[in-house]
Unconditional design. Sequence first.
Length: 183
Amino acid sequence: MIFIYSENRKGTWFGVAFDEKLKIWASAFSVKGKRSLLSLILSCLPFNVTFTTDVGGKQLEFARNVINVLGASYNGKCVKKDFNLALANLPKFTQSVLKIILKVPPGYVTTYSNIAKVLGKKRSIRAVANSVASNPFLLLIPCHRVIRSNGKIGGYMLGEEIKQSILRKELEGSRRKRLKLAH
């Protein structure tokens, strides 16, 4: 059974899909409304899975914690994301790509070609881009931190403007954090 929970925070919908063991299968957000959010989440789930939006008790507490992290991440705050993600359900290559992206800190970016080089597959840039585009863990795995090698922002499932906005917020947040450390 997969639980799906969503919440509206200041006009942006955030959602998470997770199982009884609190393993996350998908996370997403949408500025276009709840229906758009649920469509994104459902597109990441296997076809044969049973799901419910009836979330309570321990599951509700967990879901709200994830939503808090998604909201903070969306607003450029550096938060600890220590969740169990259902990576094993993804192709091995995609798992490898997403694990590399997890290492890119807020306020920084990498390129599709850099990820291909780290994997030892310099010619697999398109495969890397496809893996990044299929990331079912929006904001938990920060695929928005991957850009083109020419410095252009590149595509994003929810649009380039949203990608640029998140990157800008992260940069501002990381600068503030660095200034606090300097004092």
